[in-house]
Design a protein around this ligand. Structure first.
Ligand code: ADP
Length: 441
């Protein structure tokens, strides 16, 4: 479940970062809007409205008593205003098409003091100034271009804000790129690829972490090499005393003690031979002599060795040319190991072991399916490790030392192939070998 979660973009570090950035951007926008609406309204709009109201009051004084239409027209033209006047005996307007100023439904009163009221509707404003001789109405002429300009500015603002959000996301992603490299590095090392190094392109904390990670991998690699070398050296050195022991044993009188020591000596010898043989093959798989090989032919060649074995083996080739580029002797060792295990862990009178060769996308998959004892789930991740055995006590009886599958993996890795296992205890196991499909030009 955890793996599935981490694969979903929203559960990734960058996904969370994106959500945080979007939420932060949204909050900043909201705060800026609230600031403009409330703070600026209090501190700029209200005094501005008051000043306009007073200014209109001065204009009514300028128009005089009785109000002069000519004077009003002059003021209206120079200030982009419509001035209307009405009293019981006369009514005039400086605009030929006066707006419907009386329609009080659409107009909201935002200021009212000393006979002066300011009304607004959709960004337009009208100011009423009541005098003893009549009522003046001033209409601030709306400029459509201004409104459009306002909308354009808002759109530009939103685009710029979005761009800056994208830029900040991109830069944070760039800063955190080493996390992705480290994640790949940990994955590779976890898979056993100790040659993988994490790029060090930064000189910040993440760069230093990558450097420490590479040093750690290097150290683990050299420790493993030292351990392997020690094992080889000890195995080599043990051969001579073991031979001496076997010779000395021949001079001992027959008896139970002699038989037991002889059995132990044989077991030690075969263990040493297995270790040295594994080292030899590991070395051989480092310098491969690959050739295009027909997998079905290789299998039928191998089947000669398994003619009289039980349970029997069936072959199912589901593709026309299962040709792969491999060193066939090494791949035979892999298949032999898997077949021997399948036979060893199956009931001799049980159902047959199936060998299936089938196509995958640009790949060929060879699987060996048995219906034997199966492998417990807790052991599955370890069975390709050297000397790992599921049932340690069976070593003596079955003769294995847990290096067969580790060797198979080494050989498959050297071929850039893969070895996978699926198993259910009591139902059986399927080991799959995956190769790149070789297509001749
Ligand atoms: P060994 O030489 O001891 O068989 P391997 O490396 O070949 O070592 O296998 C490691 C362990 O994996 C074995 O001890 C065995 O328990 C388990 N195993 C391998 N193949 C099978 C199989 N087909 N069915 C059940 N268990 C298996």
């Amino acid at each position: 479940m955890d793996k599935m979660k981490s694969n979903k973009p929203l559960f990734s570090l960058f996904g969370k970062l994106l959500i945080i950035i979007i939420l932060t951007g949204f909050c900043i926008n909201l705060l800026v809007c609230l600031f403009f609406l409330h703070f600026l309204k209090k501190n700029f709009r209200d005094p501005y409205i008051r000043n306009i109201a007073n200014y209109m009051n001065y204009i009514t004084q300028d128009i005089g008593i009785p109000p002069s239409f000519e004077r009003a027209k002059k003021i209206a033209d120079s200030n982009q205003l419509t001035i209307s006047y009405k009293n019981p005996t006369q009514a005039w307007s400086t605009s030929a098409t006066p707006q419907n100023l009386e329609n009080s439904d659409r107009w909201r009163t935002i200021y009212e003091q000393n006979g002066i009221s300011v009304k607004t509707s959709h960004g337009r404003k009208q100011i009423h100034v009541n005098r003893s001789h009549g009522q003046f109405t001033f209409m601030l002429e709306t400029d459509d271009a201004h409104t459009v300009e306002g909308y354009i500015s808002i759109v530009i603002l939103i685009v710029l804000l979005s761009l800056s959000l994208c830029a900040s996301y991109g830069s944070i992603r760039w800063v955190l790129r080493p996390v992705k490299w480290l994640q790949d590095g940990v994955h590779q090392v976890g898979e056993g690829n100790l040659d993988h190094t994490v790029p060090i392109e930064r000189y910040d904390e993440l760069g230093r972490l990558a450097e420490a990670f590479n040093k750690m991998t290097e150290r683990i690699k050299s420790m493993i090499q030292d351990r392997d070398q020690l094992l080889l050296d000890v195995s080599h050195e043990l051969r001579t005393p073991l031979t001496r022991m076997k010779v000395a044993l021949e001079f001992l009188p027959e008896g139970l003690a002699k038989t037991n020591i002889q059995e132990d000596a044989i077991e030690m010898e075969s263990m040493i031979t297995a270790i040295l043989e594994e080292a030899r093959l590991r070395h051989a798989s480092a310098k491969l002599r690959k050739q295009p090989t027909h997998l079905a032919d290789l299998i039928s060649d191998l089947m000669k060795e398994y003619r009289n074995r039980k349970p029997r083996i069936t072959i199912d080739t589901r593709m026309e040319k299962p040709i792969v580029q491999v060193e066939s002797e090494l791949i035979k060792i892999v298949i032999r190991n898997l077949l021997n295990n399948a036979i060893q862990y199956s009931d001799p009178d049980g159902p047959p072991i199936k060998v299936v060769i089938e196509p995958k996308v640009e790949q060929v998959m060879l699987s060996i399916q048995d219906q034997g004892s199966g492998i417990p789930p807790q052991d599955l991740p370890h069975i390709f490790e050297p000397f790992y055995r599921v049932d340690k006590s069976r070593s003596r009886r079955t003769g294995g030392y847990g290096i067969g599958l580790s060797l198979c993996k080494t050989i498959m890795d050297a071929h850039n192939g893969k070895i996978e296992v699926e198993s259910t205890p009591g139902k059986g196991s399927t080991f799959s070998l995956i190769f790149d499909h070789y297509e001749s030009e």
